[in-house]
Structures are given as structure tokens and as C-alpha cells.
Design a protein around this ligand. Structure first.
Ligand SMILES: C[S@@+](CC[C@H](N)C(=O)[O-])C[C@H]1O[C@@H](n2cnc3c(N)ncnc32)[C@H](O)[C@@H]1O
Length: 377
């Protein structure tokens, strides 16, 4: 049987991609709505696609409109002041003679749009439009910006684009990368120069430098990308999280989330764990492990122990950041600490003159507690 064309029919993995985007957007909106100083929120969907596909499946612009509508009615008819940009330079493959962004514009008229939400439609090349978007957020007082980057492949995207998007400090980035495709060619593009190999080679060398390691599995590739992105963006103090969507070996995508705001990052991690309670790593159709298994299997307790042992003691604030950096919430760190306390593995030290009983692994904790490993667990 002939496979449906993924450019005109939205396939299952793309549907999962946009659903995840909708969930994250809902969390993002509720965070923005409650931050007093934010007066304007920009969402830049720079590869927005067709809007609605032949099988009636909704693309990212429509998912965004629905997410905003739901937020508005769930919050006494209010939402942050917003400007949405829907951009795509392609010609529609569903309706002849019009651009995809024109199609999205026509479809959007059927959706409820709150009065303080403004939408603009563009048909520009990504390279040309993203710097204009960056500049707009920078020039707008008390603004926040979210970039949603969902290309077909990876050839248009450079790590330096992400750096530029984050430089202003008031932006977050969602970037989808087609991991299966990239992983398959990662070794060969570094060894030989063949037609089409240039973009991936440039992408990898920008992140890893001249010596790009060999990757043992797609998951290891993702972990290495995440850790190199963190190192590459270290001067901007960026948190990087990943969400893996895996339907089968050839449909493996990863959403990279970049932010410089630790609290926003924690909220997004919470959302991820609630979508995917057993794993916090991503979605795959066959996984059924429990939360406990996942924490154990990911080696988090060992990592935490090595981190604490590598100094005289570690503070509650350090453990808060360490957990988040590794994709774990304060409650997960607390679970491990609880077991260790029971087994006499860890000792708490008061650093602020008050009795140390609780762990205080939380954002902006008023307490200072030290954690020391007494014996190897
Ligand atoms: C994966 S699709 C986006 C799907 C969309 N997010 C959705 O949910 O329906 C990628 C889109 O990027 C557009 N595109 C490809 N290269 C582009 C470029 N250089 N600038 C702008 N748009 C581009 C294509 O026309 C295509 O619609």
C-alpha cells in the first residue's frame, strides 16, 4: 500500500509533536499570565505549515490558537497581550495557487481569537525572518518571546541561531530535530564529503568542535547534543531539556527546550513529567516503566551521590539546580534523599544556625542546608 504523503497528511508522529507543543504552550501561557511585569508575549512559529491537513489533523498554528482560546475561557476571559507570527515560505501542497501562510490565514478566521491577541502572517525565508523577530522582542518593553522551530529536516538550523534567539534573555526556544535522520549520517558526514553532507557537518562541528565523537545509539546522540548545547551556551546560563518522541526507529524526533529562566524551566519539567509520568524523558508507545524504575535506571541516585561526594558537602540550592540540570524535579531528589536518610547514607548539616530537618530543595529557599555522604549507598 502506498504511504500517505507526510506533507499533505499529518502522520501520527507529527500529531504527537503538535499535541506536545499545545501542552507546553498552555503551561507557558499560564506562567506568563501570572508574571506581573510581562506586558507583551510573542510567539514565533517560523515553519508553520498548512494549518489543517487533508486528514483534518491540526498543525501547530491551529493548536496554538486552540491553546490560547482554552486559556482565555479558563481564566475569566483573559489572557496575556499577545502577538503571534505564522511564517512559512512554502506553496501549499493541499490548495493550489496559494502559499501555506495564506491558507493558515484563511483557516484562522474560523477560530476564536481574543481581542488582545494579534496575528501576523509571513511567507519569508526563515534565515531572513528570525533576526527580525529577535529584534522585535528586544525592542519591546517588558516583553517575552517564544520561538517554535519545526523544520522538515535540519539543514536550515544552526546552533548559532539558537544562541542569537536566547541572547536577549527574555526568550525561550522550542526546537524539533529529526534525530533518526541526523544520527544515521552523523558518522559518515564527518568522514567524507558527499552531496548534501555539508549542513550536518557544520551543525556538529559548531557544537562539538573539530573532533566529533562516534555515537553508540540515537539516545546517546540526543544526550550528547543536549550536553554540548549546554556547554555551547554556558556563557548565557541556558537550561536545556529534551523530550523524545519515538514511534519506531525511523521516526525518532526530539524536542529541545531552551530557556535562561530557572523557574520557567522547572515548570516545563513539571509539565513533562505530568505528560509522561513514568519517564520524564519522552513518549514512546511501548514504554511502561514506573517512576521509581526510571529514576533508578537513569542512574540518577549514582549521579547525585557522585555530585555530593565531589565536595565536602553540597547545599540544598546546589541540589535543586543539579536535579533540574539532569531533568529531575525537586520531588525526585527528595525521594532519593529520603531513602538515604533512612539507610544512614547521608547527613544533614545546618548552615544557617537553625535545626536542619527538611531538605528545602526548592526555588529561592530561605534556608541553607548542607548534605554530606556518610557512607556509599
Ligand atoms: C515540518 S513542516 C512544519 C509543520 C508545522 N509546524 C505543523 O505543525 O503543521 C516544515 C515547514 O517549513 C516550511 N519551510 C521549509 N523551509 C523553510 C524556510 N527556509 N523558511 C520558511 N519556511 C520553510 C515548509 O514549507 C514546511 O511547511
Amino acid at each position: 500500500m502506498q504511504q500517505p504523503n507526510p506533507k499533505t497528511y499529518q502522520l501520527e508522529h507529527s500529531e504527537a509533536k503538535v499535541k506536545l507543543y499545545g501542552k507546553y504552550l498552555a503551561v507557558y501561557l499560564s506562567i506568563m499570565h501570572h508574571v506581573q511585569y510581562v506586558k507583551q508575549v510573542f510567539v514565533f512559529d517560523l515553519f508553520c505549515g498548512e494549518g489543517i491537513y487533508k486528514n483534518d489533523a491540526k498543525g501547530s498554528p491551529i493548536i496554538a490558537l486552540e491553546s490560547i482560546r482554552n486559556h482565555y475561557f479558563a481564566n475569566q476571559k483573559s489572557c496575556p497581550n499577545m502577538t503571534l507570527w505564522f511564517n512559512d515560505n512554502g506553496i501549499s501542497e493541499i490548495e493550489s495557487g496559494i502559499f501555506k501562510s495564506d491558507r493558515v490565514q484563511q483557516i484562522s478566521t474560523r477560530y476564536f481569537i481574543p481581542p488582545n491577541v494579534n496575528i501576523e502572517y509571513f511567507k519569508e525565508d526563515y534565515e531572513k525572518i528570525y533576526p527580525i523577530a529577535i529584534d522585535l522582542v528586544r525592542r519591546t518593553k517588558d516583553a517575552k518571546g517564544l520561538f517554535f522551530i519545526d523544520p522538515f529536516g535540519y539543514k536550515d538550523i544552526k546552533p548559532d541561531d539558537i544562541r542569537k534567539m536566547l541572547q536577549g534573555g527574555n526568550t525561550e526556544v522550542f526546537l524539533w530535530l529529526p534525530i533518526a535522520q541526523m544520527y544515521r549520517f552523523a558518522d559518515s558526514v564527518m568522514r567524507s564529503n558527499f552531496p548534501g553532507s555539508e549542513p550536518l557537518r557544520l551543525f556538529l562541528t559548531e557544537l562539538f568542535g573539530k573532533v566529533v565523537p562516534s555515537f553508540q545509539s540515537p539516545r546517546e546522540f540526543i544526550e550528547q547534543l543536549r550536553s554540548r548545547f549546554r556547554a555551547y551556551l554556558r556563557d548565557l546560563e541556558v537550561f536545556v531539556d529534551t523530550f523524545i518522541l519515538e514511534r519506531d526507529a525511523s521516526n525518532l524526533y526530539c524536542l529541545f527546550f531552551f530557556t535562561r529562566n530557572v523557574r520557567g524551566y522547572e515548570k516545563m519539567l513539571e509539565a513533562k513529567w505530568s505528560i509522561d509520568p513514568g519517564h520524564g524523558k519522552g513518549h514512546s508507545l511501548e514504554k511502561t516503566m514506573s517512576l521509581f524504575d526510571e529514576i533508578e535506571l537513569s542512574g540518577y541516585p549514582q549521579k547525585l551521590q557522585a555530585f555530593i561526594s565531589s565536595a565536602d558537602y553540597r547545599t540544598n540550592k546546589e541540589l535543586y539546580h543539579f536535579g533540574l540540570d539532569n531533568g529531575f524535579l525537586p520531588k525526585h531528589t527528595n525521594n532519593v534523599l529520603r531513602d538515604w536518610k533512612r539507610e544512614g547514607v547521608i547527613e544533614l548539616v545546618s548552615l544557617d544556625g537553625q535545626i536542619a530537618r527538611g531538605n528545602y530543595i526548592e526555588y529561592n529557599s530561605p534556608r541553607y542546608i548542607g548534605f554530606k555522604i556518610k557512607q556509599i549507598p
